[in-house]
Design a protein around this ligand. Sequence first.
Ligand code: UD1
Length: 420
Amino acid sequence: MDRIRIRGGTPLAGTIAIGGAKNAALPLMAAGLLTDERLVLHNVPRLADIDTMAHLLATLGVSVERRDNDGRQLAIGGTITCTEAPYDIVRKMRASVLVLGPLVARCGEARVSLPGGCAIGTRPIDLHLKGLAQMGASITLEGGYVHARAPKGLKGERIVFPFVSVGATENLLMAATLAEGETVLANAAREPEIEDLARALVAMGARIDGIGTDRLIIQGVARLHGATHTIIPDRIETGTYACAAAITGGEVVLANAKLDHLGAVVRILREAGVEISEVEGGLSVKRLNGLHGVDVMTEPYPGFPTDMQAQFMALMCVAEGAAMVTETIFENRFMHVPELNRMGARINVHGASAIIRGVPAMSGAPVMATDLRASVSLVLAGLAARGETIVNRVYHLDRGYERIEQKLAACGAEIERIPG
Ligand code: UD1
C-alpha cells in the first residue's frame, strides 16, 4: 500500500489548481441513468471515487466514456441492462446508493446493497428508503440488499425530511424528475452540489423549482434527454489547500476556486488570522502573522461543513489559545484526534466537542487514518510539523484528492509518495 512521506516546515508558495467537485460529480454520474441519451460532464475530477462510480454504471450496462486525454470530460449513456448495485462496489463507496432513486424511477426496480457501517458513524439510508416508499415503491430488505419495486412508476408526494440529508435529497430529487405529478421535498439539503445536480437535471428537461433553497418542487416528466454540464469547483478541496497555506505560514493562489460556496469556511479562516482574497482566476490565501484559536460547529450548508472539520482542527493545533470544534453531523468523526495527539497536539474530546489547546509546534510521526478528510488533516499537520511524517493508507486520500503530493510539492512542500 502506498504511503506519503512529508518533511514539514516549508511555507507553501505557488499556485494550486482546484478540480471539479467530487460530491457534485458522483450524483451527476448517477443522473446519467435517468436517460438513454448522452449526459456529457465537464470538469470531472480524476479520483478513485469517480472510477468506482464509473465501474458501477458499467455494471448496470451504461457506458462511461472519457472524451479527452486528461479524462475530465465524461460521456455517460446507453441502455440499462441490470438494476443491481453489488456489495463489492457499494462497500467501497457509500455514494453508490445514489443509483437507487434513478434506477427505480427509470426501470421500476432496483436492488442495491446496503452500505452498512462506516468509519464515520453508522450512516443509515432510512430517509432515502422512506421517501421512495412514500412515492409508492415497495421496499424489502433481503440478504443485505434493499429491493425497491415500483412497476407502475413512482408518484409525486410531499416529503418532509426530519433532518437534513445530502444523499437522501439527491436520491429523491432524481427519482422525482420521472415520477407522476408533483413532488415537494421540504427541509431539503441546500449544499451547492445539490444545486449543481438540479441545474444539470433542468438542462436534461426536468422541471424543478426552488433550486438553492430547502424546498424543492419537482413536476415529473415522462422522459429526460441528454445534456452537457460543467461541474462546480470543489469547495472542500479549496478549503483544504487554504488550510495548507495557513498551517505552513505560506501564500498560495488557488486557481479556479470561487468564494461563492465557501462563506462559512472563509469567515472562520479569516477570524483565525488567514487572509483570503479574490484574484483573477481564483483565490489568494496567505498567513503572515500568527493564528488564533476559533470555535466552530459543523452544520448543514450554509454552515461550516463537516468535510472541513478535520482540516480546520489540524490548523487549530498550532494556533495561539484554545479552540472548540463541535461535530453535529456525524457521531464518530474524530478519528484524527488520537493521531494528531501522537504528533504533539493537545486535543481532548468531550462527546461531540473537541477542545484544542494550541502548541507552538508539532512533531512528525508515522500516522494512519480511517477516512478521507481525517487522512488529509494528517497531511496538513505533517506539512507544519518538525521532522518526518509518514501517512499510511493513502488510498483514502486518493478517493478525494487528485495528485495531492504533486500539487503540494509544486508549492515547495517536501512531500513524496512511497509506492508500497
Ligand atoms: C454527503 C457527502 C459527505 C458529507 C455529508 C454531509 C457525498 C457523496 N458525500 O454524504 O462528504 O460529509 O454529505 O455534508 O456527497 N442520515 C440518516 N439517514 C439517512 C441519511 C442520512 O440518519 O437516510 C444521517 C447520516 O448518518 C448523517 C447525517 O444524516 O449523520 C447527514 O448525512 P448525509 O447528509 O445524508 O450525508 P451523505 O449524503 O452520506
